[in-house]
Ligand binder design. Structure first.
Ligand code: CMC
Length: 428
């Protein structure tokens, strides 16, 4: 028998079904609430609102659990196996690919690595100091204009072509953005290289000087992308679903996701972490002083805290391991990393952070590792976007397959003036 919840409003009692997820999560189905009672729910920031049912990713924020299609993310921390493309397949299609499926997807990605040559001049139109996330969002929409036959996939064949197009070309767009902003010649993809190695090649090779891709760096980037690949109904993914709910095409929906991710409280936090560390160093502040400022609300300890995790972010735990493993091998001596480690040490034993359950999140370590790899700060959130793209695609497709999905259209409680009338200009 379905469990129900009862709501009493005035004289009326409404009985609502409780929907139970596969991990035992419970949600009260309020879809009849307004129709039956005239009332709506009010939940700023949606902390208590489930916008959909989804089979892609499970998070238990209190226990610090994150699973992709049922698999704990810690199981992806194997060097070179599985790789980002395998995880992408898992997220989008709900199961791990066979050897042949993975090979076909790899070939499709290789085949799609080049942008239409006519797209190059779009990069030229941006000022050299244009924010890379602005370029990336615009370029995803531009990409759609060059491939109109797949932007709104109707079947699995078109969908796979769209995946290969987006996932391969977002990497080329990122690399071209990096080169354009620095006035460097564009480097084309090399079909012999793997996904992450190819990105590093397009970013860092010179026409007559190939960039040597260090195995440690390639592995770390692969793991960073895997750990960012999905995070259920976060701000950017909800944006992709919101835009997609109007039947907007996949490319446009993902472009909107890039804009949402850009914000400093979301994907932009990895940039903020580095800028915070730089400010601390430049201002001659100690980690102790900065932690005190955060407690007094004069600053925010960027890279700490999360809406869902009230425990250590499991992604941060894996990345901390990468930091400990990779940084000494790369022989990186960076005063900012020392500051970050000290901040973490202090915050984790301070009652302000303990009481509010503020732990390091994924952005705290990803910025440090990306910096050690030689990726400049202005490209950090772009890296996050490349990693998150499979999640956006998976959610867009899941929503499209769901015959019961409707256009997303929240309500509001109006608090503005009432009973006003227009006053002609001469009487104001
Ligand atoms: N430094 C200092 N105090 C903090 C921090 C922080 N980083 N985060 C939260 N608090 C305090 C906040 O001031 C409030 O204190 P009080 O109870 O005294 O008013 C309390 O903790 C609850 O915070 P909140 O702002 O109500 O929490 P939220 O769930 O609305 O916000 C958050 C979550 C991630 C936006 C926030 O923790 C934050 O701004 N963190 C820094 C930015 C950051 O690292 N963002 C990346 C998130 S992970 C990657 C992603 O999903 O994109």
């Amino acid at each position: 028998m379905t469990e129900t919840a009862k709501l009493i409003i005035g004289e009326k009692t409404l009985e609502m079904p409780i929907v139970v997820g596969s991990e035992g999560e419970r949600g009260i189905d309020i879809s009849k609430l307004r129709q039956e009672t005239g009332a709506i729910t009010l939940d700023p920031g949606y902390g208590n609102t489930g916008s959909c049912q989804s089979a892609i990713t499970y998070i238990d924020g209190d226990k610090g659990i994150l699973r992709y299609r049922g698999i704990p993310i810690e199981e992806f921390d194997h060097r070179k196996h599985p790789n980002f493309i395998e995880v992408m397949w898992l997220l989008i299609f709900g199961r791990l690919p066979s050897e042949q499926e993975l090979a076909e997807m790899r070939d499709a990605l290789t085949g799609q690595a080049h942008l239409h040559e006519a797209m190059k001049h779009h990069f030229e139109g941006y000022p050299v100091n244009a924010p890379p996330m602005a370029i990336m969002s615009a370029m995803l929409n531009t990409l759609g204009c060059f491939h109109p036959e797949i932007i709104d996939p109707k079947d699995e064949v078109q969908f796979k072509a769209a995946i290969a197009n987006l996932v391969s070309k977002i990497r080329t767009i990122a690399a071209f953005t990096y080169r354009r902003v620095r006035g460097l010649p564009y480097i084309y993809a090399d079909p012999k290289r793997r996904y992450c190695a190819n990105l590093l090649h397009m970013m860092f090779s010179m026409p007559h000087e190939e960039y040597h891709v260090d195995d440690e760096i390639e592995d770390a980037l692969n793991l960073i992308f895997i750990l960012h690949a999905d995070h259920e109904q976060n701000c950017s993914t909800s944006t992709v679903r919101m835009v997609g709910s109007s039947q907007a095409n996949l490319f446009a929906s993902c472009a909107a996701g890039v804009c949402a991710l850009w914000g400093p409280l979301h994907g932009g936090a990895n940039v903020e972490v580095l800028e915070m560390l730089e400010r601390i160093k430049a201002g001659g502040l100690s980690a102790e002083q900065y932690v005190e400022m955060a407690k007094q609300k004069d600053a925010r300890l960027m890279g700490f805290g999360h809406r869902v995790y009230k425990n250590y972010d499991p992604r941060a735990k894996v990345l901390k391991g990468v930091c400990d493993r990779v940084l000494p091998k790369l022989n990186v001596k960076d005063p900012l990393i020392d500051i970050a480690r000290r901040l973490e040490e202090l915050a984790l034993k301070d009652s302000y952070f303990i009481d509010r359950k503020l732990y390091p999140n994924v952005d705290f370590y990803s910025g440090i590792i990306l910096r050690a790899m030689g990726i400049p700060t202005d490209m950090f959130t772009v890296m996050f976007a490349i990693g998150r793209l499979p999640g956006w695609i998976a959610h867009w497709w899941e929503q499209r397959q769901d015959k019961s999905s409707r256009i997303a259209r929240p309500r509001q409680i109006y608090t503005g003036p009432v009973g006003k009338h227009y006053v002609p200009m001469s009487k104001r």
